[in-house]
Design a protein around this ligand. Structure first.
Ligand code: 5AD
Ligand code: SF4
Length: 446
């Protein structure tokens, strides 16, 4: 049954409407833009009020149990307030839909459809079904290369260059829910990049689960970075998330030579213990990670590094944990995303007994958080009195008469403006810092 139009909205709004919420990583943000693209070609318009929507869709994350619990509660709540005066379809998209494909429709009464990361083309058809329906077939050839994403406002555009993951780290559900690795053709990506520039975006973030494993028809990641930097109008290029074992000379040379490539890399470490890294099957040792950081730092002046760390992986001893803490200090990460291990059904570590209590995992997490905050503050303090280059995004949250944006290292900078407006690149003198923000005043329009 096709969705009806919204009787309560303006006469112009006679087309069916989609309300979409996005959870999880930047890949999901980009996937939501694809979903919006698919739905717009079938006549749906996006709206921001679920109470007025014909279709309500949550694009979900399965990386940790907590992420899934949050979505399950939210969708139950949306189902409980569903209007009864007309058909409203409610569905789950993405990783959690794929992960629990066999039980979600039974477990959540009132849920109309689920669609996995390779099933978005089928979305409009699912909405025609008159009973709960699933599109959860993984398809190793699906790249959505012909779908034009509908991007949000702002200066920053996300572009998915590869999908899936072949690494199968023991803790991670991604290869099971997003399927095998596949890269998009370089010419498709270049067309999309030119389109992004024409739309006025100034910064692009290339995305992939192991983004630096990109390879298509002889074009490797380093070459793609170089080509991306040639697109006129795009001023800054970033990417996430690379895998430490996939860094090549070609990528590092591109980072050195292309001035548009921002000196910031998110480099997931997971653990600083060789024993745990090997158990996780991460594909590198601590010594190799150190050597990589050394190569990157000597090739890229002013490089900032962030990382992902899991505490409490099954078998993590106090000694393993201390090794993580001291490697984080030794590397001097500018920022870290820190997680408690969450067993994920279907992964290789799922059945391995956890030796730590939730409380102990929590203690370890809290310690790393405190250490990282202190480290970030220390790094920020070294920037006092220096000049940073900021791409201006809009008003500062706390001081609306000030402006804010990101510097090259992706740090948030708030500043007293002197003629700047959003979209400009300006230089700012750093006058005060916290562990979250740099503040100061505008010196010049760069
Ligand atoms: N438990 C906790 N954290 C996880 N991550 C991936 N799987 C799990 C898990 N089962 C973290 C990793 C990864 C980031 C995106 O999420 O640190 O790099
Ligand atoms: Fe998950 Fe490992 Fe693939 Fe990253 S590289 S998505 S952690 S399996």
């Amino acid at each position: 049954m096709p969705p009806s139009s919204d009787p309560t909205s303006s006469p112009a709004a006679t087309t069916p409407s989609l309300y979409l919420e996005t959870y999880g990583c930047q890949m999901n943000v980009a996937d939501s833009e694809l979903i919006t693209g698919v739905m717009q070609t079938r006549g749906y318009r996006s709206i921001s009020d679920p109470a007025l929507a014909d279709v309500i869709l949550l694009n979900t994350c399965a990386i940790r149990e907590h992420a899934e619990d949050k979505v399950a509660n939210r969708v139950r709540q949306l189902i409980s307030v569903r209007r009864s005066d007309r058909p409203v379809r409610i569905g789950l998209a993405g990783c959690m839909a794929q992960h629990h494909r066999d039980r979600l429709l039974d477990a959540i009464p009132g849920l109309d459809f689920i669609v996995g990361p390779d099933g978005y083309r089928r979305l409009p058809d699912l909405l025609e079904a008159d009973q709960p329906t699933a599109a959860v077939q993984l398809d190793r050839s699906e790249t959505y290369h012909d779908i034009v994403p509908v991007r949000g406002e702002g200066l920053r555009a996300w572009l998915t260059i590869m999908r899936g993951c072949d690494r199968f780290c023991t803790f991670c559900v991604v290869p099971f829910v997003r399927g095998r690795e596949r890269s998009l053709p370089a010419d498709v990506l270049m067309n999309e990049l030119r389109h992004i520039a024409e739309q006025g975006y100034k910064e692009v973030i290339l995305l992939g689960q192991t983004v630096n494993a990109y390879r298509h028809d002889g074009v490797d990641f380093g070459e793609l970075l170089r080509r991306t930097c040639e697109v006129e109008g795009i001023e800054r290029v970033r990417y996430t998330s690379p895998h430490p074992a996939d860094f090549t000379d070609s990528t590092i040379e591109a980072m050195t030579e292309c001035t548009k490539l921002a000196p910031y890399i998110h480099l997931p470490l997971q653990s600083g213990s060789d024993r745990i890294l090997s158990d996780m099957q991460r594909g590198h040792t601590v010594a190799e990670f150190r050597a990589l950081v050394k190569r990157l730092r000597s090739a890229i002046p002013g490089l900032a590094l962030s990382t992902d760390i899991i505490v409490g992986y099954p078998g993590e001893t106090q000694e393993d944990f201390e090794a993580t803490s001291s490697l984080m200090e030794e590397v001097g990460f500018d920022h870290a995303f820190l997680f408690k291990y969450s067993p994920r059904e279907g992964t290789r570590s799922f059945k391995t007994p956890e030796i730590l209590s939730e409380q102990e995992k929590g203690r370890r997490l809290e310690r790393l958080i405190a250490e990282q905050l202190a480290r970030t503050l220390r790094i920020h303090q070294t920037l006092l009195g220096s000049v940073v280059e900021v791409l201006v995004e809009g008003s500062a949250k706390r001081q609306p008469q000030w402006l804010a944006g990101k510097d090259l290292q992706y740090r948030t900078v708030c500043f007293e403006p002197a003629g700047a407006s959003p979209g400009d690149v300006v230089t700012v003198l750093v006058e005060s810092v916290t562990s979250h923000t740099l503040s100061g005043r505008q010196i010049t329009n760069a």
